[in-house]
Design a protein around this ligand. Structure first.
Ligand code: ATP
Ligand code: MG
Length: 406
């Protein structure tokens, strides 16, 4: 079997093998190429030790020397080259306390999580697939390398990775792997918020966000997102999952649908998962406005767009459309027709360049002060009042007119 690998990756492999070492592309990139997906990154595994790797390439970065990882820079692209290793004892089901370098590719593949992630490739030896990764791809199955209970005890995050990969690829989780997750999901308590956040986000952004249900049945959400278990009990879960399935695979959109308009919950969860402020603010603002009344007329749309901003307003409409899609007939919260009209009006307003924020007002605080207003609260309040006039009558956004109004 011959796999297409980028020239730069092949060059790195050739350089290493030319110096007498073994080297292969490994893990997610091999899986993705077999699946005709575009890999996020290309990882290389080698028998060379970090210092030996560094000697062979002019530009390298010490990414994780202790764990055997050196990033080799070729042009602007970086490739992680990692020495064959066995992961030592795991601390608190989190990360290996220590790693031991080894000389055998098989041992390196043994430490990997799932069969589909444990294949290696180079042009000389072809595909190295000792655990039946290819067969599991054919069967659309997520299966642990080796004994599932052991693997999840070593690193509890793998349980979330199992559900995430099954959602990304639309695969089932193999029986024993699933049983082990059911039993060991409480261990996710020990996993850091950052690692949980990455996996939960990849699951929600996948083509199958409704696999969150799988995470629920395995007892995963009970630990990492107990808020979801409440929604399952309240009977809200199915509608939310349908809406997520109907929506674009975007972080802001999927999380906003998840929290179903509950801004406080959104904030609490996203802060707990240590999200960046942009994401927290975005999802909170969208949540606050999710069920806000916006009539399909120009003034209401301008007010809505002012409240949310030009970037978030169209996202809100997308979310509402997905919520409408997920709602069963009869309990419709939004009409798709109304949302469509609102969207048209927003586009028209945008094209025409109507003022939608204080920044776009034809008058600034400086203008008011120049005309004798004392700097401070009054300036802000006046600008706000002028903006309200302009939101109602966009044609009045001229300096001449507005200055007659103060
Ligand atoms: P993606 O990059 O699409 O999220 P990936 O499979 O490439 O998926 P990475 O986190 O980039 O995942 O890891 C690269 C490889 O390292 C995996 O394919 C797997 O072989 C191994 N790996 C990563 N995380 C773990 C883990 N927690 N336990 C065991 N092996 C892991
Ligand atoms: Mg990867």
């Amino acid at each position: 079997m011959r796999i297409e690998i980028p020239q730069k990756v092949d060059n790195i492999i050739e350089t290493l093998t030319g110096a007498g070492f073994e080297a292969y592309a490994v893990g997610g990139c091999v899986r993705d190429v077999i699946l005709s997906r575009t890999p996020n990154d290309w990882d290389i595994t080698t028998s060379a030790k970090p210092m030996e790797i560094k000697k062979l390439f002019p530009r390298t970065i010490d990414t994780g020397i202790r764990h055997g990882t050196v990033t080799v820079m070729i042009g602007k692209d970086g490739f992680e080259v990692t020495t064959y290793r066995i992961d030592g004892e795991y601390e608190d089901a989190r990360h290996p306390k220590e790693v031991t370098f080894c000389t055998d590719l098989h041992e390196d593949l043994l430490r990997r999580d799932f069969t589909i992630n444990a294949m290696a490739y180079n042009h000389k030896d072809g595909l190295v697939d000792i655990f039946g990764g290819q067969q599991d791809i054919d069967r659309k199955l997520i299966r642990c390398v080796g004994e599932a209970t052991e693997r999840f005890t070593e690193d509890a995050l793998r349980m979330m990775r199992a559900v995430r990969f099954s959602a990304q690829l639309g695969y089932s989780i193999e029986e024993k792997t699933g049983q082990a997750i059911r039993k060991l999901s409480p261990n996710l308590r020990k996993i850091s918020a950052e690692r949980v956040r990455e996996e939960l986000t990849k699951l929600l952004e996948s083509p199958n966000p409704s696999f969150l249900k799988t995470a629920y049945t395995y007892g995963i959400t009970k630990i990492v997102l107990p808020e979801w278990d409440e929604k399952e009990k309240d009977g809200k879960a199915s509608r939310i999952l349908r809406s997520m399935e109907a929506s674009d695979p975007d972080k802001l959109i999927r999380y906003s649908i998840l929290f179903d308009g509950d801004e406080q919950e959104a904030k609490a969860v996203l802060q707990r998962l240590k999200f960046d402020n942009d994401t927290i603010n975005g999802v909170c603002r969208l949540s606050r406005s999710l069920y806000m009344k916006i009539d399909a007329d120009e003034v209401s749309v301008r007010r809505g767009a002012y409240k949310l901003g030009r970037k978030l307003f169209p996202i809100l409409l997308k979310i509402r459309l997905a919520v409408a899609e997920g709602t069963e007939d009869g309990e419709a919260l939004f009409s798709k027709e109304e949302i469509g009209k609102t969207d048209e009006i927003f586009r028209m307003i945008t094209e025409r360049g109507d003022c939608l924020s204080l920044k776009e007002l034809a008058v600034t605080g400086g203008d008011l002060i120049e005309r004798g207003m004392k700097p401070g609260k009054e300036v802000g309040e006046t600008l706000q009042r002028l903006l309200e006039i302009v939101l109602e009558h966009p044609e009045r956004n001229t300096k001449d007119f507005l200055l007659t109004r103060i």
